[in-house]
Write a protein that binds this ligand. Structure first.
Ligand code: SF4
Length: 252
């Protein structure tokens, strides 16, 4: 696979406040690249993204297995890629410990991005934990608003979603326009299965969250995550008891 030489592509246009402009040319380029990259490997997709958008190519990770696989791949050919984590204040200690492990193993620093209000201030202003009654609002305040700020000035971001994780994610393009956050979104693992992810982790000794060994198949904030039982969907442990299935980062 050989992506178009980035030199022949014009620099994407940006507004004064740092948002990318979806011109007809960029829209056509995204559609073409997505079609061409449909059968490419995740490494090829990442290399294309970096050739096209770096240094304005970034990645958000919650240190899930898919994110750890992408971090491992980037460590091999683009360790300078800026990576960040949305630190809601409600993450498991085991999740945050992976940040140190990534620094130790790969020499990559994952920046923690936080909401302006600490958890204590946020709960005090709202009469207690918001996740108990309004998880959509809590995710919006602790994740979506933080991501909006974090990607300002960036041209593209990588997500670690897989199409087989949920009906919503099944439609994710390899390269698409993220209209919610106003930049290009690349999903290098869109075509991978859970088995491929874990095979990569095992074969390359990629660090992962030890909670996965205790039935936590998908891990978010501790108040909104539980272990799943045999036969349950891999995301059944997220926001259990609520109709909510996504934090809002990947829904358009
Ligand atoms: Fe709040 Fe739960 Fe969303 Fe975390 S996952 S931001 S605790 S609602």
């Amino acid at each position: 696979f050989s992506p178009d030489p980035p030199a022949v592509r014009p620099t994407p246009q940006q507004t004064d406040d740092g948002r990318l402009v979806l011109t007809p040319e960029l829209s056509a380029e995204i559609a073409q690249a997505s079609a061409e990259l449909e059968t490419a490997t995740p490494q090829e997709i990442l290399r294309w993204s970096i050739a096209r958008f770096a240094p304005k190519f970034t990645m958000a990770t919650a240190f899930g297995p898919e994110g750890m696989v992408i971090l491992h791949m980037l460590s091999e050919f683009a360790p300078e890629t800026p990576i960040f984590n949305l630190d809601t204040g409600y993450q498991f200690p085991e999740t945050l410990a992976l940040r140190d492990e990534v620094a130790r193993r790969y020499g990559m620093e994952v920046e923690l991005k936080r909401a302006t209000l600490s958890v204590e201030e946020y709960e005090a202003q709202n009469g207690g934990p918001v996740y108990r009654h309004s998880p959509d609002r809590c995710c919006h305040n602790r994740k979506v608003e933080v991501l909006e700020k974090a990607v300002l000035g960036q041209h593209a971001w990588a997500s670690a979603i897989r199409r087989d994780q949920s009906p919503d994610r099944a439609k994710a393009p390899i390269v698409g326009w993220d209209k919610k956050f106003g930049l290009v979104k690349v999903s290098p693992l869109a075509n991978w299965t859970k088995k491929q992810v874990w095979t990569h982790i095992t074969e390359h000794n990629v660090p992962y969250n030890p909670l996965h060994d205790n039935g936590y198949t998908s891990i978010g904030c501790w108040p909104c995550t539980r272990a799943v039982g045999v036969g349950e969907d891999e995301r059944a442990g997220r926001w259990s008891g609520f109709a909510k299935t996504e934090c809002g980062l990947h829904s358009q």
